[in-house]
Design a protein around this ligand. Structure first.
Ligand code: UTP
Ligand code: MG
Length: 612
């Protein structure tokens, strides 16, 4: 038997999306005790229901075994003897077993669904909790679509195995074993003759399982490629349309989509070859029983009832075998999925509170970077020996060319990443020695790329303090100069924000982010200004809002606006990961260095724009 699997030699190159999104497929082992043990723990809280499901399974299996035997009793004991009352009893008994099978199966399915959905929810919750404490560095380097696929697809195959799979395994093994025992006890000779098709069966199953393993692995990595490609293209839709690349993008998607289809068809055709061949072997066995059993009955060595019972058992015999071989693919999918999910769960949060980490006391506002060096992924350094002291209440502007390391410095002060060398101190306390929560609660951040969640405008402003009354929300919005434009929105503060805030302009988004920071009332504020993305009116509003926001706090402002820079207590010029100049606006201008150059090239443009 040879199966063709689209993966090899089909000429359907994997396409680059597959390489990017589907290549971290774990080599699927059929069984990995470590994975199984880790996930079995999720069944523990539900052991009573699982035990009940197992019990129902065993009863169901026994009942299923009983009916062919009742057939034999009916034929040999009552039909041939013409015992009508006995026949009625048997018929009732049989009806009873069918009702029993029905009830046990319904109960078992319900219990398994109940447990299964709870395991699924818990597992997803654990994954999500872990994703939230993983360092930003993890999310920087992992494709969103693939992480989504872990939380949705992989978790559900693990659950398939844990709930349905385990029970199928047990009930099928019981049924199979039971049938063998009953057959052997009714007629050892006929049983052995029937079992003569078994070697063929085993061979077919073995061949199938071996091919299926490769084929189903292909389908899994290709569906991950489809999800990954889709997620990226949807978030990049604006760029795709702007550059009129719909055609090329469609082509790329079609390619992964078709690759997924072909892999799936290839995997399914294995089943289409295998399942009928099992059926064929079943019919072969039926023929053998009919022929050999018939001859034995004719010779008077066996009763008709036994042969009929055998015929019934033979048809039941092959279903568990089919199911078990299918279970093998579930097992593999679950092992591969399980390894990947554990890959996330076992990724240690790089920024971790020390066991002895204390609470950060109320912050006065001194910020110090001491000999700080940093690299994002252990490769190239992006900051080199940065030293910086900001006194409480001061505003320090960071300026410098793009890619200089300004946002990186901000990231370290907020402790989104750990310094590679040196230390960040706040009020002379190493940020390492306190909990992240107690630190971040006293810090505010207005990111370079202002992010809004779906929900109302008000909810976005009170994101850091969800139970803030609306009056305070409005107060914060007024301070941030956002109140006027918010009230002009169709539903005012209750206007629903679309995903990513697309129904607001970038300047409006930034004003809302500033209001969010005002409400949080942080002691230290980090403001990563978006580059000149606002009109001069809004610019003035933001400036005014900032002036109020910065008063009385320590502020690190990554500045692109001349006015912000001018008003700062100190300006640090960052270049190539180093602070190369420091001083006030006039001092730096007089120095005739990088600042002057930047000023002349960059700020003057803005200045003339502002003045126009
Ligand atoms: P920054 O993001 O600190 O630059 O990146 P910047 O000064 O704020 O630049 P603009 O003005 O916003 O454009 C500093 C260096 O760190 C690398 C970048 O390649 C850049 O050279 N970097 C940044 C990473 O390696 N990984 C990141 O996640 C971010
Ligand atoms: Mg930046």
């Amino acid at each position: 038997m040879t199966f063709s699997i689209g993966a090899t030699g089909s000429g359907m190159g994997p396409g680059h999306a597959l390489e990017r999104f589907g290549s971290d497929e774990v080599e699927g082992r059929a069984f990995n005790a470590h994975v199984v043990v880790r996930f079995l723990a999720y069944l523990r809280p539900h052991w009573q229901r699982m035990a009940a499901a197992f019990l129902l399974t065993i009863i169901g299996a026994a009942l299923a075994l009983a009916s062919p035997y009742l057939l034999k009793v009916a034929i040999d004991g009552y039909i041939t003897g013409g015992d009508a009352a006995g026949l009625t009893r048997i018929a009732l008994l049989m009806a009873g077993t069918f009702v029993g099978v029905y009830l046990t199966s319904a109960g078992q399915q319900y219990l398994l669904a109940w447990v299964g959905q709870r395991v699924l929810t818990t597992l997803r919750a654990h994954l999500f909790r872990h994703l939230q404490i993983l360092p930003l560095g993890y999310h920087d380097t992992h494709i969103v679509g693939v992480t989504i696929s872990r939380v949705i697809n992989d978790v559900s195959v693990i659950n398939d195995l844990l709930s349905q799979g385990l029970v199928t395994l047990i009930s099928d093994t019981l049924v199979l074993g039971g049938i063998i025992v009953v057959m052997l006890s009714m007629s050892p000779r006929l049983a052995l003759v029937t079992f003569s098709v078994l070697p063929l069966m085993l061979l077919a199953t073995f061949l199938f399982a071996r091919q299926a393993r490769v084929a189903f692995r292909q389908t899994r990595s290709r569906i991950a490629a489809v999800v990954g490609d889709l997620a990226e293209d949807i978030s990049g839709m604006r760029v795709i349309q702007a550059f009129a690349q719909e055609g090329a993008t469609q082509e790329r998607f079609d390619k992964v989509n078709r690759a997924n289809r072909d892999a799936y068809i290839a995997a399914m055709s294995l089943s289409f070859v295998f399942l009928p061949s099992v059926e064929f072997l079943g019919m072969l066995a039926t023929g053998v029983v009919l022929w050999f059993g018939g001859l034995t009955v004719a010779r008077g060595e066996l009763t008709l009832g036994v042969v009929v019972a055998f015929l019934a058992y033979v048809t039941r015999f092959f279903q568990p075998i089919q199911e078990l071989s299918q279970l093998y693919t579930t097992l593999q999918a679950a092992m591969a999925g399980g390894e990947r999910v554990l890959g996330i769960l076992d990724t240690a949060p790089e920024v971790k509170d020390k066991p002895a980490a204390g609470e950060m006391p109320p912050i006065a506002g001194k910020v110090e970077l001491r000999h700080v060096s940093f690299s994002y992924r252990g490769d190239t350094r992006v900051l080199h020996d940065v030293n910086l002291v900001i006194e409480p209440g001061q505003t320090v502007a960071l300026v410098g060319p793009t890619g200089a390391g300004k946002t990186s410095i901000a990231n370290l002060i907020a402790r989104f990443y750990e310094v590679t060398e040196g230390a960040v101190l706040i009020d002379n306390v190493d940020v390492h020695d306190v909990t992240q929560r107690s630190l971040r609660r006293q810090m505010g951040l207005v990111p370079q790329d202002p992010f809004l969640f779906s929900g109302t405008v008000a909810d976005n402003i009170r994101f850091g303090r969800p139970d803030t009354p609306i009056a305070e929300v409005e107060e914060a919005a007024r301070l941030a100069n956002s109140h006027d434009f918010i009230t002009a929105l169709p539903d005012g503060y209750n206007t629903e924000i679309l995903e990513g805030g697309v129904n607001l302009s970038i300047g409006q988004r930034q004003l809302i982010c500033i209001a969010r920071a005002v409400l949080a009332d942080p002691r230290i504020l980090i403001l990563d200004e978006a580059t000149s993305s606002v009109d001069t009116m809004t610019e003035a509003l933001i400036q005014d809002a900032l002036r109020r926001l910065l008063a009385g706090r320590t502020a690190i402002v990554i500045a692109h606006r001349l006015s912000t820079v001018r008003n700062a207590d100190a300006i640090c010029v960052v270049n190539g990961g180093r602070i190369v100049e420091r001083g006030r606006h006039e001092e730096l201008l007089a120095r005739d260095g990088l600042y002057r150059e930047l000023y002349e090239r960059q700020f003057v443009d803005i200045k003339t724009e502002v003045n126009n």
